[in-house]
Design a protein around this ligand. Structure first.
Ligand code: 3Y8
Ligand code: NAP
Length: 248
């Protein structure tokens, strides 16, 4: 058994540790989106594969028998490529899909379908917006420059921000409620915009918005292919155990 672990989440880092402890031969894969990703306890590769064809060739060349897709739910292209590469050449594939965050009664929670809809959901009168969606999509909020934006990024921006009124915080999760409470109170946050990442690594901002009665604009996940799903790392490890018993 030789596993390719598509990473980039808290649970992927936890899975890497579990696979190492279980003595399962594993390669961890990052896209290379950040300058200094978390170091993993197993051999690690960084960078794209070159689409489905590149991934197929990699899987054959590296004699991968099992692929675990533990990427973020918004990494839709990677998950789609993994599905089509594995299902057409026989590698076993499972996707760790963390349950989506759910509103509680009393939340000021607004589900939106897209990042553009999240921007449209912001008020016209100036507000203090915690834009916790990283840097790839900040430009989509330039049409509402009247707000003060608090941006949390993994790496310092290399180019001027497209928002005239923004404060940048450089941080990498997992985050906790004490720090997110202090951050959101210090900036007088009135609205939080987030992708429904699920998991525990970035849920603090949702819990703090709930506690402080702050409006939560939650971006729904993109649709992903119909792949075998596991809700947590224990289920993934059990699946691998069954596969090992099958002698694959
Ligand atoms: C490179 C690996 C871990 C823990 C960190 C999780 C938690 C924080 C939720 C907020 C939301 C955001 C962002 C976020 C989450 C964890 C986990 C998760 C959101 C790292 C990582 C990589 C990335 C890529 C990066 C994106 C950005 C998104 C920041 C490592 C830290 C906002 C997504 O500068 C860039 O180009 C950054 C790009 C994709 C989205 C964006 O549009 O900017 N993640 N995040 C992975 C790779 O190269 O393959 O650097 O160590 C991983 C984590 N991101 O153990 O690693 O498990 O969910 N990451 C979002 O949800 O909106 C932060 O601030 O509250
Ligand atoms: P994406 O849009 O789904 O993928 C774009 C391309 O990036 C893929 O086609 C692939 O390139 C490459 N890629 C993505 N993840 C990879 C991985 N783990 N290993 C090797 N190549 C990878 O992905 P994304 O949204 O940019 O996310 C990139 C990374 O950041 C992923 O590891 C993801 O888990 C992590 N992340 C993303 C978000 C988010 O909001 N999107 C949040 C937290 C963490 P090729 O086609 O060339 O193979």
């Amino acid at each position: 058994m030789r596993v390719l672990l598509l990473g980039g989440t808290t649970e992927a880092s936890q899975l890497a540790q579990a696979l190492k402890s279980a003595g399962i031969e594993t390669v961890f894969s990052y896209a290379g989106r950040t300058n200094a990703p978390v170091v993993q306890p197993v051999p690690t590769r960084v960078g794209g594969f070159g689409g489905v064809a590149g991934l197929r060739a990699y899987l054959r060349r590296e004699k991968i028998t099992h692929v675990i897709d533990a990427t973020h739910p918004f990494a839709a292209q990677m998950s789609t490529n993994a599905h089509f590469a594995c299902t057409t050449q026989g590698q076993a594939l499972i996707r760790l899909e963390r349950p989506a965050w759910q509103p509680h009664s009393g939340d000021d929670w607004h589900d939106v379908a897209t990042i553009e809809a999240a921007c449209a959901a912001l008020p016209d009168t100036p507000a203090h917006v915690f834009l916790a969606i990283g840097k790839m999509h900040i430009h989509k909020f330039a049409q509402k420059p009247q707000h003060h934006y608090l941006l949390r990024l993994v790496d310092a921006p290399q180019t001027p921000l497209p928002l005239p009124n923004a404060t940048v915080v450089i941080a990498r999760g997992p985050f906790d409620t004490a720090d997110d409470t202090a951050l959101m109170q210090a900036h007088g946050i009135t609205h939080v915009v987030a992708k429904n990442a699920g998991g525990c690594g970035a849920v603090a901002k949702v819990e703090v918005a709930r506690k402080l009665g702050i409006a939560m604009i939650m971006i729904a996940r993109p649709f992903l292919p119909d792949t075998l799903i596991a809700p947590d790392i224990e289920t993934v490890m059990r699946w691998l155990g069954h596969e090992a018993l099958r002698g694959v």
